[in-house]
Design a protein around this ligand. Structure first.
Ligand SMILES: Cc1cc2nc3c(=O)[nH]c(=O)nc-3n(C[C@H](O)[C@H](O)[C@H](O)COP(=O)(O)O)c2cc1C
Length: 379
């Protein structure tokens, strides 16, 4: 049971809003939309999660276009699907009026599934990939802004720009993005998407307390990826990603969700398993580094705590006490036990993620995602 005075249970502001505790339910794709719209299953999943009393719930990657999907049944955020998103938020708020609900907005770029979508590269396209034109990226930017305004209309508390895990937003940031138009080459061009979008949103959002943040991969672990010093280097050098985080502060973002790696490429970094457990230490290091950079100007969410099972609690408290992160995020654990924070607070038995990778395998097979060990609580 968590001590009632545990720092994990203490509230903290994100921008002008207050999270009831430090538990973050990280975004987890469910692959259960209905032709891109919110399904009853998704509503049930997220309502269960809200019953778990998380401080922040980040709704999974929502595509801005129906031809930019990584999952066959990924949800698409557009005006046609707005009623479903409104219902999703309202059911979650009924279950827990205090949870902060953020929508993660994405374009799957190169990671779009080729059997049902259009893989689109920013640079060096493979034969099956379409190289995005300047105008097409302009349009994606317009759609990110539009999707954020729709999230606001749906009643969400904020939006997370997905700039991590090898998707479109992440590709933009990479030193390897040496496009010769306004979207590539210089640091300014590679961060233009974020800068321009946020500046526009600051003037267009009606709710001035709407939370804006972004998830990054501090180091992707590939040549020319985020967290390297140049297009032809794979060794970790975080100097430029530090600049990305400083830029986020200057733009007035409310938080950065620190992750790393690319699922399917450098998966162990993103989601450590029993045989790659120690990658969690890199994730701690990245969150600590981000927090040291931003101080009080922005909140930091740490990632990848599921691999630690029960050990995670003491380590999370330690990281929060030391000021190495502001919030602590669990991914796979949200599937194993959506009621995790509530159960810890009440001293009830928790079902810990067994790290079997069952959920990831379902996702890769394009099936509906769930925990295969503790399915009872999900359906
Ligand atoms: C099935 C599955 C779906 C995921 N979907 C998303 C997603 O939509 N957006 C995202 O940023 N990360 C996604 N992730 C990554 C998780 O949010 C998280 O960073 C990762 O699982 C590591 O945290 P954990 O060790 O607590 O599970 C997903 C991971 C899994 C296994």
């Amino acid at each position: 049971m968590l001590d009632a005075n545990s720092i994990l249970l203490s509230s903290l502001n994100i921008g002008n809003r207050t999270a009831q505790n430090r538990f973050v339910a990280q975004p987890m794709e469910g692959n259960d939309g209905e032709n891109g719209a919110v399904s009853e299953r998704a509503i049930k999943r997220y309502t269960q999660l809200a019953e778990g009393k998380w401080g922040v719930i980040v709704i999974e990657a929502l595509a801005v276009k129906s031809d930019a999907l990584a999952r066959k049944n990924q949800m698409v955020i557009n005006r046609e699907h707005l009623p479903g998103f409104k219902r999703l938020v309202s059911e979650m708020k009924k279950a827990d009026p205090n949870a902060l609900i953020l929508f993660q907005i994405t374009h799957s770029g190169r990671k779009s599934g080729k059997d049902f979508s259009q893989p689109t590269a920013l640079y060096d396209p493979a034969p099956h990939e379409h190289l995005l034109t300047t105008e097409e990226i302009d349009e994606i930017q317009r759609l990110f802004v539009e999707a954020t305004l729709l999230a606001e209309e749906a009643g969400a508390d904020g939006v997370d720009f997905k700039m991590c895990h090898g998707y479109f937003g992440c590709e933009l940031l990479r030193p390897a993005n040496q496009r010769d138009d306004k979207w590539g080459g210089s640091f300014q061009n590679r961060t233009r998407f974020l800068s321009e979008s946020v500046k526009e949103l600051k003037t267009r959002l009606k709710n001035k307390d709407f939370i804006l943040g972004s998830r990054i991969s501090y180091w992707e672990g590939i040549k020319g990826g985020c967290g390297t010093k140049s297009a032809d280097d794979a060794v970790e050098d975080l100097t430029e990603m530090d600049e990305v985080i400083r830029l986020m502060v200057n733009l007035g973002l409310d938080y950065v969700n620190v992750s790393a790696g690319i699922p399917g490429v450098t998966s162990e970094i993103t989601r450590p398993t029993a045989t790659s457990k120690w990658f969690y230490l890199h994730q701690f290091r990245y969150a600590r580094r981000a927090k040291a950079l931003v101080g009080d100007a922005m909140k930091v969410f740490g990632s990848a705590y599921s691999v630690l099972k029960e050990e995670a609690i003491a380590l999370a408290e330690e990281n929060l006490q030391k000021g190495d992160t502001d919030f602590v995020g669990w991914g796979r654990q949200t599937l194993a036990d959506p009621l995790f924070p509530k159960r810890l607070a009440l001293g009830e038995q928790v079902d810990y993620c067994k790290l079997c990778s069952g959920c990831s395998k379902l996702m890769v097979k394009q099936e509906q995602v769930k925990c295969i060990i503790y399915p009872v609580i999900k359906e």
